[in-house]
Ligand binder design. Structure first.
Ligand code: GEK
Length: 251
């Protein structure tokens, strides 16, 4: 792997900052991203791996599989390997990873190029709110909707549902919020998870302040009701680890 695309440990918030800027998916974040997300999001590895299993069940020949907000393409590659294992390299399926961070997409393109599977993949730098989706059997929003302004979330889900073939699916993974009582329990466990993964109290506090107005979590009920309003007929919560959960919405 070239030096340019080496991955590094997340040390972004190790030094005390006078003023913590709002979180963005810039080059500094892209170069530490795998370490950051693994140490910050309980269950991340499972949601990526199971996206491959779900894609293997729901992808149909000749359809598109979308990884929206793909970052470095972890879900794109999990889907690709699942289709490859199914013998789908010539079935006309195409996997399309989209992210509006140029730094993420440059790196993702590099990792896809290094990958040996042959199922076709496109990595695009674009805004998922603008991109014309079509012919979708499987779409992933793996910890992405939480970064979209709440008033734009229904329209995005409607566009995904409209582009989804009958029987196709959306995999939606999100940080959740809860009743005040449950929130206290879940927050403590999430903090323990971060501490156990080596983040200091300073790093945790500065990251929290950076992300405060950028990542806006919602309740499970809000997600399920909105997925149904958007046009999905069935919603199954297939996974939860502390305050992070993943839903399978079936058209
Ligand atoms: C993974 N899914 O590794 N258009 C395109 N991309 C966007 C937009 C937008 N409007 N808004 C945010 N993003 C990945 C992890 S990270 C989650 C997803 C996290 C992108 C943003 O640039 C970033 O790469 C990604 O959504 C969110 O499975 O960091 O907690």
């Amino acid at each position: 792997m070239s030096d340019t695309f080496d991955q590094h440990a997340d040390n972004i918030y190790q030094t005390a900052l006078d003023k913590v800027p709002g979180f963005t998916f810039d080059n500094a974040v892209a170069r530490v991203f795998p370490d950051m997300i693994k140490r910050s999001v309980p269950g991340y590895a499972e949601t990526v791996a199971m996206s491959g299993i779900i894609a293997g069940r729901y992808a149909t020949p000749g359809s598109h599989l979308y990884d929206l907000g793909c970052s470095l393409g972890a879900v794109t590659l999990a889907m690709r390997h699942a289709l490859q294992a199914r013998g789908d390299e010539l079935s006309g399926c195409r996997i399309i990873g989209i992210d509006n961070s140029q730094s993420m997409i440059e790196r993702a393109g590099h990792y896809v190029a290094l990958d040996e599977a042959t199922v076709p993949v496109d990595m695009l730098c674009a805004d998922i709110l603008q991109y014309p989706l079509q012919n979708a059997s499987v779409t992933s929003l793996n910890f992405v909707l939480q970064f979209i302004a709440p008033e734009q979330r229904l329209a995005l889900l409607q566009a995904i549902a409209a582009a989804t073939l009958p029987g196709g699916v959306l995999i939606l993974s999100e940080k959740l919020c809860f009743s005040a009582e449950e929130q206290l329990v879940q927050d403590k466990l999430h903090l323990d998870f971060k501490r156990a993964n080596g983040y200091s109290e300073l790093e945790i506090a500065q990251k929290r302040s950076a992300i405060e107005n950028v990542l806006i979590p919602e309740t499970e009920q809000t997600h399920i009701e909105r997925l149904k309003a958007a046009g999905f007929s069935q919603v199954v919560r297939w996974y939860q680890c502390f305050n992070f959960a993943s839903f399978l919405a079936i058209k």
